[in-house]
Every structure is written in structure tokens, then in C-alpha cells.
Design a protein around this ligand. Structure first.
Ligand code: DAH
Length: 341
């Protein structure tokens, strides 16, 4: 039976046994032997009230110190054994103090980054962001947009037809979301719809079969061309982070009347460069006042409401921003390109 007289011997013996314990089971047995009910330390503590009052204090201090030391030694040995086991599992090569192997972090695609920026700018102007299907009905992609059956945009070399009988196409533009917006929202409203579009193009440095657009549509009472120009100027100033000169030229798109092509002053030069083909202007987007046929196709009364719409290419914007000279990099999946953003 343990007694206070051999406290020092008990301590030496207990600590040595713990330090030399060969594994988890041995440690558990020692824990039981020393610390649990009926164990060495527990019995000592239970003896204290029976001692002479003058001896109790020292006995209490001694027993509790022993308890703490055994507990500490158990925890330390447990840790040591665990590390040894991990090292064995790693073929002896595991060193928990080495820095972790660097993980490869991905980054957002430059088109995604710009899309998010565009969304932020327009939501700050009170626009909602809409989404639309990439596989679209002929009705939304063409018919409702006032694009008649013989319009060149429908020709086979431009459109990827999914199923001609069901009239399904890969959308060639984000404009069909205009119709979907009109069908679901009550005017007045302002929306943008960014997304992927597809065309059966001969691919080169400026043409890709898959690219990105942002559509914009505003419907309200007395919406006019001034609102359209102000909106585009405001947007371009934000995205290029400086006041940007814009120029409108008449342009034909079946779903707007009048329709315009918008050019922006080349952000790279003063007097002409390769990017702007020496004109100082860069063709930037199509826009116009929504054609009454289109409003009607979307279930909106053109007598009461008017609207403007615009559609711009995001790839072009990113190319201008980062001076990227070939649109095919975007979908190429080459990490040497992607990790630069
Ligand atoms: N959808 C047209 C295209 O892909 C761009 C466009 C032009 C969109 C005029 C519009 C617009 O909303 O009003 O070429």
C-alpha cells in the first residue's frame, strides 16, 4: 500500500514507467493504476483526512503534485507515440515541423472577373441580373426578336442548330433574354443578362465559336435615346475607370428601331494603333430603342411603354483591358494563360 513516506520513490517509478510505456494500451493501464478509483494517487488522496491535522497540508500538496506530474507525463507520452506512428505511416519521412507542401490555387477566369464587375456596375444603377438558357428556342433567339426566317443570322453557317424539328438552337446572342424578361417582369424594369453565346464561325484571332455577351434592357414610360447614351457612357466610364468618349453610328439590328453601333475612343492610343486599326475608335456594342414588334412579342403594350436595349461583347472588353491579342486563349484552357489573372 502506497504511503506518504515513499512519495519520492512512487514519483520516480511512476514517471519512468509512463515514459517507457510501449503503446496506447500500456498508457491506459498506467492511467488506471495511478489515477483512477483505487489507484495509487487516488488512494493517497483518500488517506489525507485520516492524517494528523498538522501533516495534512504537506501531504495534500505532495499528492496533488504527483497527480499532476503523472497526468502530464501520460499526455506527453501519448503525443510522442502518435507522432512516431505518423512517421511510420509516412515511411519514416514525416516531419510535422516542415512547412506544408504548397497547394495550387486556382483563380477566376478573366471573363468571370469582368462579368462580375459589369454586374456590380449595373446593379448599382438599379438593374437586376438575369440568366437565360444557352439552348434556346428559335422563337426567343430569332422570331420574337423580329428576325425573319430569311435573315442572314439564321443561316446554317452562323447558327448551331441542336434540333431543327424542335427548333432548338445554341443561342447566338443574349438578346433572347430580353423576351424572357418581358414575359416575366412587370414594367418598368431594368435588367442585364450576361452569358455565353455560340456561333458556327470560322475561328481566328478575333472569332471564336463560344464567346460572351451582356444584354441590357430597360422598359419604362418615356424611355428615350438620351437615357440610352447616358447609361452607356456611365457604364463605360466605370469599366475603363475614366471618362470615355463614345460615338453613335446608325446600325441595323432587327429588334431595335432606331438602332446604333457604339464606338469608344481607343483606350490605348491618342492617334491610332493596331488595336483600333488606326482609327482611334473601337466598335463596342449594338443598341437601340426596342422595336414595337419586340415589345408586343414580349407581351408589353408599345403604346404605353418604350425601352432601350444594348448588347456588348465581353471578350472584346477583356482583350482591350489586358491587351490580349487572340480570343482563342479564353476557351483554350492553357494554364500558362489562365494563371496570369
Ligand atoms: N444581339 C446583337 C448581336 O449579337 C447585339 C445587340 C445589338 C444587342 C443591338 C442589342 C441591341 O440588345 O439593341 O450582334
Amino acid at each position: 500500500m502506497a504511503s506518504f513516506d515513499d512519495l519520492e520513490r512512487l514519483r520516480e517509478e511512476g514517471l519512468t514507467r509512463v515514459r517507457e510505456a510501449a503503446g496506447g494500451e500500456a498508457l491506459r493501464a498506467l492511467e488506471r493504476e495511478y489515477l483512477e478509483k483505487g489507484g495509487v494517487v487516488t488512494s493517497l488522496l483518500a488517506e489525507i483526512p485520516k492524517l494528523e491535522p498538522t501533516a495534512r497540508r504537506d501531504a495534500g500538496i505532495g499528492a496533488n503534485r504527483l497527480k499532476g506530474e503523472i497526468e502530464g507525463a501520460l499526455a506527453a507520452r501519448r503525443e510522442e507515440l502518435l507522432e512516431a506512428e505518423l512517421a511510420r505511416e509516412a515511411g519514416g519521412a514525416f516531419d510535422a515541423t516542415l512547412p506544408a507542401a504548397p497547394s495550387q490555387r486556382g483563380s477566376l477566369h478573366p471573363i468571370t472577373q469582368v462579368t462580375r464587375e459589369v454586374e456590380e456596375i449595373f446593379t448599382a444603377m438599379g438593374y437586376r441580373v438575369l440568366d437565360g438558357p444557352e439552348v434556346e428556342l428559335d422563337f426567343y433567339n430569332f422570331q420574337a426578336l423580329n428576325i425573319p426566317a430569311d435573315h442572314p443570322a439564321r443561316e446554317h453557317q452562323d447558327t448551331f442548330w441542336c434540333d431543327e424539328e424542335q427548333n432548338l438552337v445554341l443561342r447566338t446572342q443574349t438578346s433572347p433574354v430580353q423576351i424572357r424578361a418581358m414575359e416575366t417582369l412587370e414594367p418598368p424594369f431594368r435588367v442585364i443578362a450576361p452569358g455565353r453565346v455560340f456561333r458556327n464561325e470560322a475561328c481566328d484571332a478575333t472569332h471564336e465559336h463560344t464567346f460572351h455577351q451582356v444584354e441590357g434592357l430597360v422598359v419604362g414610360e418615356d424611355v428615350n435615346v438620351g437615357h440610352l447614351i447616358g447609361t452607356l457612357k456611365g457604364f463605360l466610364g466605370e469599366i475603363f475607370r475614366r471618362e470615355t468618349d463614345v460615338r453613335l453610328r446608325p446600325g441595323f439590328f432587327p429588334f431595335v428601331e432606331p438602332g446604333f453601333e457604339v464606338d469608344v475612343r481607343c483606350p490605348f492610343c491618342e492617334s491610332g494603333c493596331r488595336v483600333c486599326s488606326d482609327t482611334t475608335w473601337i466598335e463596342y456594342c449594338g443598341c437601340g430603342m426596342v422595336h414595337p414588334h419586340v415589345l408586343r412579342a414580349g407581351g408589353i403594350d408599345p403604346e404605353r411603354w418604350s425601352g432601350f436595349a444594348f448588347g456588348m461583347g465581353l471578350d472584346r472588353l477583356v482583350m482591350m483591358r489586358h491587351r490580349i491579342d487572340d480570343i482563342r486563349h479564353f476557351m483554350g484552357g492553357d494554364l500558362r494563360f489562365l494563371t496570369q489573372f
